[in-house]
Design a protein around this ligand. Structure first.
Ligand SMILES: Cc1ncc(COP(=O)(O)O)c(C=O)c1O
Length: 477
């Protein structure tokens, strides 16, 4: 194939793809296709007809279009109003165009020379996020390296962001750790409601999960500030020093916010690094109405914030932010002569702040979404999704045959049908089979609940009412 035909194919294929995606969106929003299908893996591989083009190639034009139709038809449809399962939004189309630009241009911008506009936009958007927290923005001129200002970097997801923040926390308490390894007496104060990536980070960091001291929480899993001294005593009695305390804003299962202001006061008093996992809930900072839920956030030492959750950005795009940039700048020490050397530097190499070497132009996707919707548009989205969860909470409570363990503070709602427990697992499977609703489940206080995450702006109260009916029907069956 000549270069010319490859380019002609690209334009033709791209035009077909955009039309298919538009059709896909319309079909999903109007519920013409099931929200989810779960065929057996082998059967799906057959249905997708993956094998044929592998040897000869040529999956372009009509054949590519047919393949993409098969692929799209089998997807889990986040654009469907019955999609309520996980913390993943239907991404804003402008962000999806950013993914295409990034995929095409391939500017791995962790070193400035490999993508000056991508790097500039990442720093610019990190500053935008820092501004929402109330932290001092990082200067964008390369000469201004010293001084007290905040900093951050975008990572491929919140799990990596949590890990990165804890790497920074570790190097503050143990500055020699990079050379000498873990001192052996480091501990982590963590909520039992923390996302599993926090415990996983403890494993990856070589602390071991035994280094985690579980904080006491109230009946809904929120950290109890009055019990923090006791937890710290337990950690110290076990011969450990607190490397960090990890709080939630908000928690994954119930979507509730820990009382950050009181926790921050305790951490300041005791000189403990406060890390706030705001992967899901930090986006409430954009809304004057919801922002009080995060009161005290500005006193944290680090924060993570997933743009691919409530900022409607296509995956993956998360931020790790630190109140003082030096903690992140000193977190990694590496030598690689082909990348790191003294050079004329008109920009900034972000590679010093991240686990990753090749890093996608994550800031571009985020920028395109924020620039399309504006801060006010995004704030409205967060507020409306939260209001919908609260309306659904009121509705389920009024029904008599449903109950909810907690009033939602975010767009996450857990609820139970009748006095059911494990039965909710089979009920969820039944709903998946029917294809109108996709929910998740969560264990709250040792009982299984159904869990709805209102991410899709197309979901309405009518869908919640239909969901209640669908649950009753599935339960009766
Ligand atoms: C509170 C919290 N932290 C971290 C994560 C992990 O983020 P990611 O899926 O982007 O790795 C999640 C994901 O659901 C989360 O809810």
């Amino acid at each position: 194939m000549t270069r010319h035909t490859a380019q002609a194919n690209f334009v033709d294929d791209a035009e077909r793809l955009i039309r298919l995606l538009q059709h896909y969106r319309e079909q999903s929003v109007s519920r013409q296709r099931p929200v989810i299908q779960l065929p057996p893996l082998g059967e799906l591989v057959e249905r997708l007809q993956l094998n044929a083009p592998l040897r000869q190639g040529g999956l372009q034009g009509d054949a590519l279009e047919a393949f993409l139709e098969r692929y799209l038809d089998a997807t889990t449809r986040l654009h469907h109003p019955g999609f309520l399962a996980h913390q993943t939004p239907p991404p804003h189309p402008s962000g999806a165009l950013g993914s295409l630009v990034d995929g095409f241009t391939n500017n791995p911008m962790a070193i400035y020379e490999m993508g000056p506009p991508a790097a500039a936009i990442e720093l610019f958007m990190v500053n935008w996020l820092l501004r929402q927290v109330g932290w001092t923005e990082q200067p964008l001129s390369p000469g201004a390296a010293a001084g007290e200002y905040a900093g951050g970097v975008l990572t491929h997801g919140g799990s990596l962001a949590n890990l990165t923040a804890l790497i920074a926390a570790r190097s503050r308490i143990a500055p020699e750790v990079w050379r000498d390894g873990n001192p052996g007496d480091l501990g982590l104060l963590a909520s039992p409601q923390n996302h599993y990536s926090v415990a996983r980070a403890a494993g990856i960091l070589g602390l071991g999960t035994r280094a985690i001291e579980s904080l006491e929480v109230d009946a809904l899993g929120r950290i109890r500030p009055d019990r923090l001294p006791v937890a710290l005593d337990r950690l110290r009695d076990a011969g450990r020093r607190p490397m960090a305390l990890v709080a939630n804003a908000c928690s994954t299962a119930l979507g509730l916010y820990d009382p950050l202001e009181e926790i921050a006061a305790f951490c300041r008093e005791e000189g403990i690094w406060l890390h706030v996992d705001g992967a899901h809930g930090a986006s409430a900072l954009l809304s004057p109405k919801l922002r009080p839920l995060l009161r005290g956030i500005e006193q944290a030492d680090s924060l993570i914030w997933d743009a691919h959750k409530m900022l409607l950005t296509p995956p993956l795009c998360a931020a790790v932010l630190v109140r003082d940039h030096r903690w992140l700048d000193q977190a990694f020490e590496q030598e690689a002569s082909y990348l790191f050397h003294d050079k004329q530097q008109p920009g900034v190499d972000l590679i010093q702040r991240t686990v990753e070497c090749t890093k996608a132009a994550l800031g571009l996707k985020l920028y395109l979404v924020v620039a399309a919707l504006g801060e006010t548009g995004l704030a409205r989205y967060v507020e409306e999704q939260t209001a919908l969860a609260q309306q659904a909470w009121r509705y389920f409570n009024e029904q008599g045959d449903f109950s909810c363990p907690a009033e939602p503070q975010s767009n996450i709602l857990c609820f139970a049908y009748a006095d059911w427990n494990e039965e909710h697992l089979a009920l969820r499977d039944r709903l998946i089979e029917a294809g109108d609703f996709h929910l998740s489940t969560a264990r709250i206080n040792d009982r299984w609940h159904l869990r709805a995450v209102f991410m899709n702006p197309q979901t309405r109260m009518k869908d919640v009412e239909n969901l209640a009916q669908a649950i009753r029907k599935a339960a009766a069956e």
